[in-house]
Design a protein around this ligand. Structure first.
Ligand code: NAP
Ligand code: MG
Length: 735
């Protein structure tokens, strides 16, 4: 029996562009669903919402907010779960600080984010804020493995309306630079636990002293446990060399990390790059910078703000920057460099964008240039390196004829590196890090030096088995090439292969699958899609993320259009909307010009799947009718080119929602499976059609001047509604 207090479907409240889109789209969903007796509730997983839920003691009774993320985290473990998950902000420190400041200015007496906590009280506040930082949402909700692909109509639309792709020339100087030793890839050790075990991580000093870095770990039998580290010295030497080479090669220096998801390791690596790039400044003014509270991990933007009143240091910075290779820019108009904010350049979005542009990035002069793409760790860098080599050799991909790479990703229960931040440490002094099991066995041991970044990641047996089964099911459904992107020479992957092979053999399907290292799998998949065929990439958690941006951006222009299904291990469904993020640039455009170019196609696809799931899971035939009509409406959006345009004055996100509502109502009015629903939606469809002109002109006249949302992270709902629902005629129909 369904728990009557849980809505049939939960739609998440998030941040930035997708949340703006929700202000327009969710009322439509709720109106239509209600007519079919389907309830659609919301849960707030926005950055501001999570901050407010974390500090009830600092807030007044009215200001307090329930911990919706924790509730959703429980829900996804129940078979009742049916959640539509929109992308949310994974906050870097500068974003978290900005969000806290905004909330404080709105009258929420939150504590400041303690940058360098010294007292116990400050440390406690910091620990609370740290739980909100980075990718704090997805790992909690993703209690299943992932199935991401372009829905058939979306793929054919992209083929019929191919987007522009930058040209590649053989002479392109763009390349990927990666460490060949001393990185996570080369230092990795991995073992599969035969029995369940507890573990602790200790740092043993040269003097024999023991520091417990982490205690109380526990793993079920069959867990694959990895440990590795990145040498700080090797990283610095590598960065210094690449900064020099970039200048010699005459390219842009660009650094590509994932400081949001890898929230402990990657801001540290980012900080090393900031220090390496400004080495002469740190050598000369290191003490002054420290005194000014500079933390290189927060980026050049923060550093510059802290030396605003120190002309000598500013001059030195300018001199060094002028002498270095030009930097790849986030926003050349505003002088925002690659090293300004750790979360501005995120590898899974930044590398595909650069590749799609023909290996070009924006330089400080506002023009496109070749770039040296610095990706320190070598675990996954070969994917980008091989893609670049392949396009240099063969020229750009043609989206009109290209096939598609689907993905089955191992993700459940914080699998692999993406679950490693609680077990990642910046090493305080030389010694050796040991991972010690409850019975005293030393599972892994590494000699480390001050500043090295050591981490352990784990992957549980049940998710691995579920992932292999999902791959078998998908391959059977598609009948196409299917490749496990696993490298037998890499410690972790070798353990996974020991799981994969016996399962494939036992099921008698080994001949339908290949196992290839990421570099070889990249080339094979590119060759396959070049021929117009489909390939299924069966990957771990990081490649799931990277590939479901890389291939969609090449094939469809954006990963926002992806179907992204998480089959929850306990029976529920989590439907992610697209494979991209929350598009901060889109908010900027809306605020300046009142035009929202966010494409809700991901939401449309997810809604269709969610209704279909509701129909199957609870025998809800009305939900089935509603879901089929959603698919028809999505098809209508594509067939009639109703997706948002990028430019102000042209139809935007809000127009696309009008069209979606109209096609949805028309499909419901004309279907014959449920006459009651048909009768209900007939007049709605008619009214939406008759009033087309009025609605479109009301929507159009809203555009062109700045829009006031009353906030960025914590917008004013009334103001947002006024901006996002500017058509009184449409509002009267939707209610
Ligand atoms: P992003 O938001 O995906 O943005 C990259 C670019 O992709 C956008 O600037 C936009 O290109 C395009 N794009 C993405 N979604 C789109 C849509 N629905 N319609 C049209 N264009 C779309 O990636 P990001 O800048 O790396 O990340 C931004 C934030 O999102 C970060 O806080 C990140 O952590 C978070 N994030 C969350 C999730 C998640 O919750 N699942 C996933 C990834 C990232 P144009 O500017 O050219 O229009
Ligand atoms: Mg991604």
């Amino acid at each position: 029996m369904a728990d009557s207090t849980i809505p049939d479907i939960i739609y998440t409240k998030v941040d930035e562009a997708p949340e703006l889109a929700s202000a327009s789209f969710l009322p439509i969903i709720q109106k239509f669903a209600k007519a079919a007796g389907v309830s659609v509730g919301t849960k707030d997983i926005s950055l501001a919402g999570r901050i407010l839920a974390t500090f009830p003691e600092a807030l007044t009774e009215d200001q307090r907010q329930a911990d919706d993320l924790a509730e959703l985290g429980d829900l996804v473990k129940s078979p009742e779960a049916n959640v539509i998950k929109l992308p949310n902000i994974s906050a870097s420190v500068p974003q978290l600080v900005a969000a806290v400041r905004e909330l404080q200015n709105q009258g929420y007496a939150l504590p400041d984010y303690p940058e360098t906590p010294s007292t116990d009280a400050a440390k406690a506040v910091r620990a609370k804020y740290d739980t909100i930082k980075g990718s704090a949402v997805n790992p909690v909700l993703r209690e299943g493995n992932s199935d991401r692909r372009a829905a058939k109509p979306v793929k054919s639309y992209a083929q019929n309306n191919p987007h522009r792709m930058g040209d590649w020339s053989e002479g392109s100087k763009t390349r990927v630079a990666s460490m060949t030793s001393g990185d996570f890839r080369s230092n990795e050790a991995s073992a599969t636990l035969t029995d369940e075990a507890t573990a602790k991580i200790v740092l043993v000093g040269k003097d024999g002293s023991e520091t417990v870095l982490k205690d109380g770990l526990s793993y079920p039998a069959g867990t694959v446990v990895d440990a590795t580290y990145m040498s700080a010295k090797a990283l610095d030497a590598f960065l210094e060399e690449e900064i020099a080479k970039t200048k010699d090669e005459g390219t842009l220096f660009s650094l590509h990390l994932k400081a949001t998801m890898m929230k402990v390791s990657d801001p540290i690596i980012f900080g090393h790059a900031v220090k390496a790039f400004l080495k002469p400044v740190f050598d000369k003014y290191g003490e002054d910078l420290k005194a000014a509270g500079v933390n290189p991990n927060s980026g050049l933007g923060d550093l510059l703000a802290r030396v605003e009143d120190k002309p000598e240091i500013k001059a030195e910075i300018e001199a060094v920057m002028a002498d270095r290779a030009p930097m790849y820019m986030v926003d050349s108009d505003r002088g925002i460099t690659n090293l300004h904010v750790p979360s501005d350049v995120i590898i899974d979005a930044s590398m595909p964008a650069l590749i799609r542009a023909g290996g070009k990035g924006w330089g400080p002069d506002g023009k496109e240039h070749d770039a040296n793409c610095v990706i320190p760790d070598n675990s996954y860098a070969p994917v980008y390196d091989e893609t670049i080599s392949y396009f240099k050799e063969t020229g750009k991909l043609d989206p009109a004829t290209a096939g598609t790479v689907q993905n089955i990703g191992l993700m459940a229960q914080k699998a692999e590196e993406y679950g490693s931040h609680p077990t990642t440490f910046e090493i305080p002094h030389d010694g050796s890090v040991r991972m010690v099991l409850g019975d005293g066995t030393v599972l892994h041991e590494h000699d480390v030096e001050t500043g090295d970044i050591w981490r352990s990641a784990s992957t549980r047996k049940a998710p691995i088995e579920d992932w292999v089964q999902l791959a078998i099911d998908r391959q059977k459904a598609e009948g196409c090439e299917a490749i496990f992107w696993l490298d037998e020479t890499r410690a972790h992957d070798a353990e996974l292969i020991s799981y994969v092979k016996p399962i494939l053999d036992a099921k008698g399907v080994a001949d339908r699958f290949k196992i290839m290292a990421p570099r070889e799998a990249t080339r094979a998949s590119l060759e396959t899609i070049r021929e117009g065929k489909t390939s299924i990439a069966i990957t771990g958690n990081v490649l799931r993320d990277y590939l479901t941006d890389l291939f969609p951006i090449l094939e469809l222009a954006t990963s926002a259009k992806m179907l992204s299904i998480v089959k929850l291990m306990n029976g529920g469904g989590l439907f992610e909307t697209g494979a991209g993020g929350s598009a901060p640039k889109h908010v900027q455009q809306l605020v300046e010009q009142n035009h929202l170019r966010w494409d809700s196609l991901g939401e449309f696809c997810a809604l269709g799947e969610s209704l279909q799931f509701l129909a199957d899971a609870r025998n809800n035939e009305k939900a089935r009718v509603l879901g089929k009509a959603v698919d028809a409406a999505t098809q209508g959006i594509l067939d009639n080119n109703r997706s948002p345009s990028r430019k102000v004055g042209e139809p935007d996100n809000r127009d696309s929602h009008y069209w979606f509502a109209r096609y949805w109502a028309e499909a419901l009015a004309t279907q014959t499976e449920d006459t009651e629903l048909a009768a209900h939606f007939g007049p709605i469809a008619k009214e939406l059609t008759q009033k087309e002109e009025a609605i479109l002109s009301e929507l159009a006249s809203a555009q062109g001047s700045p829009a006031d949302l009353g906030g960025y992270y914590h917008t004013d709902p009334k103001k947002t509604e006024a901006v996002m629902r500017p058509s009184p005629t449409l509002n009267a129909i939707i209610g």
